[in-house]
Design a binder for this molecule. Structure first.
Ligand code: PEP
Ligand code: MG
Length: 299
C-alpha cells in the first residue's frame, strides 16, 4: 500500500556509485494497481494478460479487453506499459479452450497457441492497437522459440492495423518484444532481429533448464540447484542481446529477490520488473550495491 513514506522516484533508483536502475512492476490482476502509486514505479514491465482474461468468451471480447488495457495505461499516466499477449496452454489453461495436456514444456503454449488460434490472437491484437492511444504501450510475446513466430505475429498486427485504418481508425503498431524464457531462444538471441526488446522470463527458463515444473513437490529444490546454470545462461543471453543494442529487462521472480540482485547487476541488468510488494526491498538493496554488484563501502 502506498504511504507518504514511499519514494516518489518514478522507479529510478541509483546504485551506490550512481548508475541508474529502473524499477517497474509486474501486474497480474489490474485491481492490484489500486494500491500502487505510479510515482513509485517506472511503469508496468509485465502485465500478464492471461490473468485478466479468464475464459475463451472473454478472450473473444475485444471490448472487454480494451477496458482492461485502457485501465492499466491510464493508471501509468504516460509511463511505459508492457502487456504480454495471452500466455495460455500447458500449465496455464484458459477455461473453454481445449489444449493438449502438458507441463511448461508442452508444444502448444504461448505464442504457438496464439498462432494456432489466430481468431484469439486477432481479437487481442485489435484490442491492444485500440487501447494504445491511451498511453505508452509495448507488447511482449510469450514463450517465443523462433524468430519466425515474431514475424507471424507482426503480420497479424499489421493486418489488423490496416483493417482499423480502412474503417477510419488509424492505429500505429506498438513496439513488439519477446519474453526470453525458452532456452532455444536465449541461445540465439542475436538472431531475433525483429524483436524490439527482450524481457528475461526466468521462471520458465528455470523450469526448462532444471527439467522441473513450477508447482511440483520438489520444484523449489531443483530450481534453486539450477540457479548457477541459470546465471550462466543469462550471462550469455545478455551478451547476445548487447550485440543488437536492444533494451533488456528482467521480470521473472528472481528479479524481485534481493539475494540475486548482485549477480543480476554484475551481468549488466539495469531494468527490473517486480511484484509491487517487492519494490521496497529491491529498492533498498540497489542503493547498497555498486553497479558491478559488489557491496558499497561501509556496508
Ligand atoms: C517468467 O517465466 O519468468 C515469467 C515472467 O512469466 P510467467 O511467470 O508468467 O510464466
Ligand atoms: Mg513465463
Amino acid at each position: 500500500m502506498f504511504t507518504d513514506a514511499s519514494p516518489c522516484d518514478n522507479g529510478e533508483v541509483r546504485t551506490a556509485d550512481g548508475t541508474k536502475i529502473l524499477l517497474s512492476i509486474n501486474v497480474n490482476d489490474p485491481a492490484d494497481l489500486d494500491s500502487v502509486e505510479p510515482v513509485t514505479t517506472a511503469g508496468v514491465g509485465l502485465m500478464r494478460s492471461e490473468f485478466a482474461v479468464s475464459s475463451v468468451a472473454e478472450a473473444a471480447s475485444e471490448e472487454k479487453q480494451i477496458v482492461i488495457y485502457r485501465h492499466v495505461l491510464k493508471w501509468a499516466a504516460g509511463k511505459p506499459v508492457t502487456i504480454r499477449m495471452l500466455d495460455i496452454g500447458g500449465d496455464k489453461p484458459l477455461a473453454g479452450l481445449s489444449v493438449p495436456p502438458g507441463g511448461p514444456a508442452t508444444d502448444l503454449r504461448g505464442i504457438r497457441l496464439l498462432l494456432a488460434h489466430p481468431e484469439i490472437a486477432r481479437v487481442q491484437a485489435r484490442a491492444l492497437l485500440r487501447a494504445a492511444v491511451h498511453g505508452d504501450l509495448r507488447v511482449t510475446l510469450p514463450m517465443v522459440t523462433f524468430p519466425s513466430e515474431i514475424n507471424e505475429m507482426r503480420s497479424i498486427f499489421r493486418e489488423e492495423a490496416e483493417r482499423l485504418s480502412s474503417r477510419g481508425m488509424p492505429h500505429p503498431i506498438p513496439p513488439i518484444g519477446m519474453m526470453v524464457e525458452v532456452p532455444a531462444a536465449a541461445l540465439m538471441l542475436d538472431t531475433f532481429e525483429t524483436a524490439d526488446f527482450f524481457s528475461l522470463g526466468t521462471n520458465d527458463l528455470t523450469q526448462q533448464l532444471a527439467a522441473s515444473t513450477r508447482d511440483g513437490a520438489n520444484s523449489m529444490t531443483f530450481h534453486r540447484a539450477a540457479i548457477p546454470a541459470l546465471f550462466r545462461f543469462l550471462e550469455g543471453a545478455m551478451r547476445l542481446a548487447a550485440k543488437g543494442g536492444k533494451p533488456v529487462s528482467i521480470c521473472g521472480n528472481i528479479a524481485g529477490d534481493p539475494q540475486w540482485l548482485p549477480g543480476l547487476l554484475a551481468i549488466g541488468l539495469r531494468h527490473f520488473s517486480v511484484a509491487p510488494v517487492q519494490l521496497p526491498a529491491i529498492r533498498s538493496a540497489i542503493v547498497g550495491l555498486r553497479a558491478d554488484g559488489t557491496k558499497a563501502a561501509g556496508d
